[in-house]
Design a binder for this molecule. Structure first.
Ligand code: NAD
Length: 499
């Protein structure tokens, strides 16, 4: 079995602990991908010392040159797209069509970042004084701690690290312990593209050790975290206490609304993809379906037929629609919610159990599940299950649909199917989410637009697009006075004001 290493201080290196963990295929747990370092605090400490050296060098590299390296990263990911997608499916389960999309998101993010190297705008504005210039520009910040989840093993690290690197920072990367192989391939590519070795450090291990050590390290001023709201709360408390710059992207409970005037065939394709793609393990997964009275019964019966016909299996097989859950713990969590939904009086229309058959015995498979007669406020309607479970709520009016959409603590994405342009624009204004899709499912973010959620999904920052560059750079302002005399702002230009 292959033993993998960390990348610290410019070397592929064994963990200080001497301990490793197995990375297994969730579709077939007898398939072990390799042993990965179970690192300790000492590894994080070495990574920080090295990253500080890397930062000193990288911060002085011109931004267009940093962008050129990221363009080469994009080119290398293009060349290795199939290999990375295959490795990703093997270690986290989603079908190849989806892992190819995950890799493509990384490619798009690389090319966007490459061009940003030639912008990275500040502002030049007129001064209120004569013969004086006023301008703002961007400076790198330092070492960024990058902590990522399992469900988008390449896309999410690239959303964070490409802008961080483009802005001139060094990164310490801790991938989720379920997807260390994709993380390793990613770092290999960064190095092959010519990133100076000490600018990137890869430290594998569990969140409570390595993640915690990164968050608590005083020499890491920037932390970017994507994961559950529960873990995000712990990270946020520490970063708040230590005055760190922190970006949090956390859980979701996203709804698709289908109104009576909708194109129901389109809405049907949307909800199947939104609810059961990635086995429901997306932050933007559709976990609630809000149906208006007039279409409710027909839509639901067709949906149940379609959900029953989805093919479960190994994501590397061609005809698989839905792969396994990431782990046994994830499957047990889903099962607890099946019990809760039934105990609260919702109707279990399909799924709700592990599939039977030899091909499923070694994987964490779970059948696509639909609950109907779900009331607003039930736990399956309020809490993130992170599995292939869809809760259907019936409503009479668009206003009721909007209220239910907004009645959860999360606010990542939402979707509405309607042909009424007035309702569509009202939805954009009134749904409390970072993203609203009209006549499209709750998923489908594009790399060049800001991505993130409101309420307990995030803390106000965005990944992607132009906004993320604000997070990874410090704005500095420069005033240049070439008048040759003391000019007192707010005083000398208002001479009539009494002293
Ligand atoms: P998780 O919170 O269990 O883990 C995320 C990362 O945090 C992992 O790398 C983990 O090792 C690390 N971690 C765990 N404990 C830590 C600690 N005490 N200190 C520092 N790091 C720690 O999440 P997950 O199960 O990998 O991912 C699923 C969650 O991520 C879901 O809630 C999902 O909605 C969310 N998610 C959100 C977005 C978004 O953009 N909003 C995107 C993808 C996933």
């Amino acid at each position: 079995m292959k033993t993998f290493r960390n990348f610290i201080a410019g070397q592929w290196t064994a963990p200080s602990t001497g301990e490793y963990f197995d990375n297994v295929n969730p579709a077939d747990t007898s398939d072990v991908i390799g042993r990965f370092p179970l690192s300790g605090e000492a590894d994080v400490q070495r990574a920080v010392e090295s990253a500080a050296r890397g930062f000193e060098r990288w911060r002085h590299t011109p931004a267009p040159e940093r962008g050129d390296i990221l363009r080469r990263v994009g080119d290398l990911i293009v060349q290795r797209k199939e290999e990375i997608a295959d490795a990703m499916t093997r270690e986290m389960g989603k079908p190849l069509t989806e892992t190819r999309g995950d890799v493509q998101e990384g490619i798009d993010t690389a090319y966007y970042a490459a061009t940003e190297g030639r912008r990275l705008f500040g502002h030049t504005v007129p001064s209120e004084m004569r013969q004086k210039w006023a301008m703002s520009f961007r400076r790198p910040i330092g070492i960024c701690g990058i902590i990522t989840p399992f469900n988008f093993p390449l896309a999410i690290p690239t959303w964070k690290m490409f802008p961080a690197l483009l802005c001139g920072n060094a990164c310490i990367f801790k991938p989720a312990e379920d997807v260390p192989h994709t993380g390793t391939l990613f770092v290999e590519i960064l190095l092959d593209a010519g990133l100076p070795p000490e600018v990137i450090q890869l430290v594998h291990g569990i969140g409570e050790t390595v993640g915690k050590a990164i968050v608590e390290h005083p020499e890491i001023p920037v932390v970017s975290f994507t994961g559950s709201t529960e873990t995000g709360r712990i990270v946020g408390e520490t970063c708040g206490r230590m005055h760190k710059r922190l970006s949090l992207e956390m859980g979701g409970k996203n709804a698709q609304i289908v109104l009576d005037d909708a194109d129901v065939d389109l809405a049907m394709e949307g909800v199947l993809w939104g609810a059961f793609g990635t086995t429901g393990q997306r932050c933007t997964a559709t976990s609630r379906l809000i149906l208006q009275d007039g279409i409710h019964d027909d839509f639901l019966s067709q949906l149940v037929d379609r959900a029953r016909s989805l093919r479960l299996g190994d994501g590397r097989k061609k005809d698989t629609d839905v792969g396994p859950l990431i782990s046994e713990a994830a499957r047990e969590k889903v099962e607890r919610y099946i019990d809760l939904g039934q105990a609260d009086g919702a109707d279990l229309l399909c799924g709700g159990r592990r599939p039977e058959g030899r091909e499923y015995e070694k994987g964490h498979f779970f059948e696509p599940t639909i609950f109907a007669r779900v009331d607003a406020g039930m736990r399956i309607e309020q809490e993130e299950i992170f599995g292939p479970v869809l809760s259907v709520v019936r409503v009479r009016t668009p206003d009721e649909a909007f209220r239910i959409n907004n009645g959860v603590k999360y606010g990542l994405s939402s979707s509405i199917y309607t042909r009424d342009v007035t309702i569509a624009f009202r939805a954009l204004n009134e749904l409390d989410n970072g993203i609203t899709y009209v006549n499209a499912p709750t998923i489908g973010a594009e790399a060049h637009l800001p991505f993130g959620g409101v309420k307990q999904t995030g803390n106000g920052h965005r990944e992607g697009g132009w906004e993320v560059y604000e997070f990874y750079s410090e704005t500095k302002v420069g005033y240049l006075d070439f008048s040759g005399r003391l000019q007192r702002a707010q005083i000398d230009n208002y001479p009539g004001t009494p002293d």
